[in-house]
Design a binder for this molecule. Structure first.
Ligand code: HEM
Length: 329
C-alpha cells in the first residue's frame, strides 16, 4: 500500500512537472531563449552537433560549420585554383587567338551603348562581389596570418559592406543583361555543330556561328541565367529582403550554403568568360569597350552573323552614334 501511494505521488509530481515544463517550451520558439547564456560555456565554439543540441536544442550550427569548413572551403578553393591553372596552361600553350586576315577598316556595331552599360555595370559589381566574397571566405586562412586580426577585421568589415552595396547593383544589372541578350542566345541548329566540334578549338578552324557562339550561350544560360539567379536569390534571402519569408536559423544556414556553392560555380564559369574576353581573343575586349568590331573580326569569329549583316538582314549600325566610329589600325 505504501509502495502504491509512493508511486502515485511520483506520477502526480511527474505529471505536474511536465505540465509546467510545457509552458516555457511552447513559448520558446526562439531557441536562444532556452539558454541565452549557452554561448558562455567553455568550448562553445568547438562543440559537436550533439553537444550543442543539449545546451541549445535545435541549433545545428556545428554541422553546417563542418559542411562549410570541410567541404565548401577546401573543395571550392581547390576547384577555383585548378580552373585558374588550366586557363594559365591553355594561354601558355595557345596564346591569344589573333586575327588571320587584315582589318578592312569597315566597322560593325557589335554592342550598343545600352548593352555595354548594362554589361559593365554587371561586370564591375561582379568583380567587387567576387573579390570581397573570396576574402571573406578564404582570407582567414591566407590573409589573416599575414596581416593579423586588427587589420583583417577592418578589411573584412569594409569588404562586407562593399559586398552588400554591390549585391543589389549586380541583381538589377543581371536582370537587364538577361533581358538584353536573351534573344541572340536562343539555341539554333548551328550550335550543335559548334559544340560537337568544340568550336574548332582543336582543328584550328573556328566553326561558323551567329552573333554569339554555343560556348557563349552555355555561359549565358548556365552562368548568367540559372546560377546567376540562384546567387541573387540566395543573396536576397541572406539580406532578408524577401518579404514574408520566415528568417529562422535553418533558412539562413541553407541560404548561406546555396550562396557559397553557386558563387563558386559562377566564378569558375566566368573565369573562362573573362579570359576569352581579355587575353584569349584579340579584339573581343574592344568590342565591349568601344562597341565596334572590324568586318574581318566578325567574319572570322561569327561568320553567320557577318553574312547576315552583309546580306542586309541585320543592320551594321543599330544605335544612333554620337560620333562616327573610329577606324581600327
Ligand atoms: C568582369 C569582367 C568581364 C569581362 C572582362 C567581360 C568581357 C566581355 C566581352 C569582351 C564580351 C564580348 C564578347 C563577344 O563579343 O562575343 C562580353 C560579353 C558578354 N558578357 Fe562579359 N565580361 C565580364 C563579366 C561579365 C559578367 C559578370 C557577366 C554576367 C553575369 C557577363 C555577361 C556577358 C554577356 C551576357 C555577354 C554577351 C555575350 C553572351 O551573351 O554570351 N560578363 N563580356
Amino acid at each position: 500500500m505504501l509502495r502504491f501511494l509512493l508511486l502515485l505521488c511520483l506520477a502526480c509530481a511527474g505529471w505536474g512537472a511536465s505540465a509546467q515544463d510545457k509552458a516555457p517550451a511552447v513559448q520558446s520558439v526562439q531557441i536562444q531563449d532556452v539558454r541565452p547564456d549557452a554561448s558562455d560555456e567553455p568550448g562553445y565554439a568547438q562543440q559537436s552537433n550533439a553537444e550543442r543540441g543539449k545546451v541549445q536544442p535545435g541549433n545545428n550550427a556545428p554541422m553546417w560549420r563542418q559542411v562549410r569548413n570541410r567541404w565548401i572551403i577546401p573543395y571550392g578553393g581547390a576547384l577555383l585554383l585548378i580552373v585558374l591553372g588550366a586557363i594559365a596552361l591553355f594561354y601558355w600553350g595557345k596564346g591569344t587567338m589573333a586575327l588571320h586576315g587584315q582589318p578592312t577598316g569597315r566597322m560593325i556595331e557589335r554592342f550598343t551603348p545600352f548593352e555595354r552599360s548594362a554589361h559593365w555595370a554587371n561586370a564591375i559589381a561582379f568583380t567587387i562581389l567576387a573579390i570581397s566574397g573570396l576574402v571573406m571566405a578564404f582570407g582567414k586562412f591566407i590573409i589573416l596570418p599575414v596581416i593579423g586580426t586588427t587589420l583583417f577585421g577592418a578589411l573584412t568589415y569594409v569588404l562586407k559592406n562593399a559586398h552588400n552595396f554591390a549585391g543589389p547593383l549586380f541583381a538589377v544589372s543581371l536582370v537587364v543583361v538577361i533581358v538584353t541578350f536573351i534573344k541572340d542566345n536562343l539555341p539554333r541548329a548551328e550550335d550543335f555543330q559548334w559544340l560537337a566540334r568544340f568550336g574548332g578549338l582543336f582543328s584550328g578552324h573556328e566553326v561558323p556561328s551567329h552573333r554569339f557562339n554555343a560556348g557563349e550561350k552555355v555561359v549565358f544560360w548556365l552562368g548568367v541565367f540559372v546560377v546567376g539567379l540562384i546567387v541573387v536569390g540566395s543573396g536576397l534571402v541572406l539580406d532578408k529582403l524577401i518579404p514574408d519569408l520566415v528568417y529562422e536559423r535553418s533558412t539562413m544556414q541553407l541560404a548561406h550554403m546555396v550562396h557559397a556553392v553557386a558563387t563558386i560555380v559562377m566564378m569558375v564559369l566566368f573565369m573562362g568568360h573573362i579570359y576569352m574576353g581579355t587575353l584569349g581573343m584579340e579584339g573581343a575586349l574592344d568590342a565591349m569597350r568601344t562597341g565596334y568590331v572590324d568586318e574581318t573580326w566578325a567574319k572570322e569569329h561569327h561568320e553567320l552573323w557577318h553574312d547576315d549583316i552583309q546580306a542586309g538582314k541585320i543592320p551594321a549600325q543599330r544605335s544612333t552614334p554620337a560620333t562616327a566610329p573610329t577606324v581600327q589600325a
